[in-house]
Ligand binder design. Structure first.
Ligand code: CP3
Length: 358
């Protein structure tokens, strides 16, 4: 006689794959076997095997090579035993594929050759043809075959964050030019974000249709906006990205940095999961977001540079505060810092699993 089916899990063997993983279940607020954990920027310079593989290949070239994308995406999954892979790519890739001249400068970030400064520049932005994403779909298919029951998270940059790079021409602290354009040219601003939303949705659909099990929309710099401006001039376009997924039934994660005051709105844009940075404890974030959404976060990435006792104390705190949420996906509050000891990341993944095993 076979064992009684676990009432928390579907008894259907067809459901034992990534769609029934702890990551997807936590995103939907369903019971999990333990709190799932992954790290933003888990693939990257903290790993010696990444630096070895990337040597001699420019970042945006690497992103367009399906075999390199597959291998780099798998590296942190093998090493840390995390509960999800995130596709190795970049938020500016859809723009690059569409023909915008962008380079990623090591230690700096994306640099745009001709920053967008006028209404005419907005109208000249080339559209993203889905046929140009065949390399991406090849990478996703290879990954899904290798990953088995581990889900692959697809992602895109949100319209606002992409607009900051296009308008500023590169990374920026104040995003003053971006805001100035938003206020001075509201119609062109709306058109720009509309176009970026279409391209982000195309990028996400390509990943989901090739087998990605969840998606994350990165609006990394949305925290520079007031809630009123965010609600009126940005949120509708982020919502359009999620709407562009149509009936594709994958959980949606929506993340930004410094978004404490925007959290309810970030959820309203259509997310199942709201990503939270380290500034706000998860129990307070849960109060702001409400019981209809799960949370992802929010260990300060700098804590991983501290002593082991501090790391353990902070991991325990995040796990405890995360219990206030409908579901919790453990992550950092932003990306892994390049000089993080990868052994500490493995330790954190193990500790979260140990603390939360049901
Ligand atoms: O998280 C992952 O492991 C998946 C891969 C990933 C990268 N970029 C790889 C990358 C993801 C999800 C991104 C998204 C991304 N890119 C965001 C949103 C996330 C966030 O950090 O808020 C942003 C703002 C960008 C733009 C960008 N690309 C920046 C700011 C940088 C860092 C520049 C630097 O060298 O410090 C990049 C380059 C980049 N993207 C690297 C990686 C691994 C480093 C490139 C290298 O190894 O030389």
């Amino acid at each position: 006689m076979s064992a009684a089916p676990d009432p928390l899990r579907s008894a259907s063997p067809a459901d034992s794959g990534p769609a029934d993983s702890d990551l997807v279940r936590a995103a939907r607020g369903l019971p999990v076997s333990r709190t799932p954990v992954w790290f933003m920027r888990q693939a990257g310079r903290s790993l010696p095997e990444y630096r070895a593989l990337r040597a001699g290949t420019a970042m945006l070239e690497a992103c367009q090579d399906p075999d390199l994308v597959t291998e780099i995406t798998l590296q942190p999954v093998r090493r840390h035993g995390v509960d999800a892979a995130i596709l190795f790519s970049d938020i500016v890739l859809p723009l690059v594929v569409a023909g915008v001249d962008i380079e990623i400068k090591p230690g700096v970030g994306p640099v745009v050759a001709s920053p967008l400064r006028s209404v005419a520049d907005v109208d000249a932005l080339p559209p993203l043809e889905p046929e140009r994403l065949a390399f991406l779909q090849t990478a996703v298919r290879q990954l899904v075959a290798e990953l088995g029951a581990t889900p692959l998270i697809g992602f895109a940059g949100a319209p606002f964050t992409l607009a900051t790079y296009l308008i500023e021409g590169g990374p920026s602290k104040e995003h003053a030019r971006t805001k100035a354009f938003m206020y001075a040219e509201p119609e062109a601003w709306g058109r720009l974000l509309e176009r970026l939303a279409v391209s982000a949705a195309t990028f996400l659909r390509a990943q989901v249709d090739a087998g990605a099990s969840a998606v994350q929309l990165f609006d990394s710099w949305a925290g520079v906006l007031s809630a009123a401006d965010y609600a009126e001039r940005v949120l509708p376009h982020s919502r359009a990205v999620f709407d562009g997924l149509g009936g594709r039934d994958v959980p949606r994660i929506h993340f930004g940095v410094g978004t404490g005051e925007l959290l309810p709105l970030i959820g309203d844009a259509g997310a199942d999961v709201v990503g939270v940075d380290w500034r706000l404890p998860l129990d307070e974030a849960a109060r702001r977001v409400g019981p209809a959404r799960s949370l992802q976060g929010n260990l300060d990435p700098a804590v991983l540079l501290a002593d082991r006792a501090t790391v353990d104390r902070e991991v325990r705190r995040v796990v405890e505060q995360g219990r206030a949420a409908r579901g919790h996906i453990f992550n950092l509050g932003h990306g892994v810092l390049p000089d993080t000891d990868p052994g500490v990341l493995t330790h954190v993944a193990d500790l979260v699993h140990e603390l939360t095993a049901r």
